[in-house]
Design a protein. Sequence first.
Length: 212
Amino acid sequence: MNKYYSILGKILSEGKTQTNKKGNIKYLLNQELAMTPADLLDIFEGHSIARKKLKNELSLFMQGERNVEKYREVGINWWDYCGSILVNSYPTYFEKLPGLISKINKEKRNSKNYVLFLGSTDAESNQAPCLSLVQFQIDDGELVVTAYQRSSDANLGLPSDIYHLYLMARQIDIPLKSITLFLGNVHIYETNLQRTERLLEGEENVKFELNV
């Protein structure tokens, strides 16, 4: 079982129940998901991920594109519920990423922590980023990526964020050593519990419900 599926299984077996404005969830607090390139390959080969859409989404984020229609034009409709404009969301912060990646590639300093912060607290938002921080470090000539996620939908958000982090790492001209995600709250919505069980039992093409 790959590491992503392992954390899904852990939520099902050990998770507590909580109710929020979106409904009931089964959750775990303060989980760590550490992945080597081999672990990432295992996840990407074993789990269906909308790779082309996520690549296009990250590209639009990095361009600072806030118009939801632009995402819909490349087949991405999961932002429709936010309204016509993404306010204080991922594009606000990811548009700083190209400059940061360029700086890392130019400097490649072992002694420096390169950090992308996400999620201002002083602006109105229709979808505050769940990913809060991404840190890039160089260790013995290899790239170490560390990210903190305040809240993670384990079915839809988590695999997408893993793939986005991988795509970021690929833009840096240093061999990847690891990607580690610290998950403040990782959860499965009640509506997706049985679907998650079916996924872990080996059923293919399981579709999860978006809870907003």
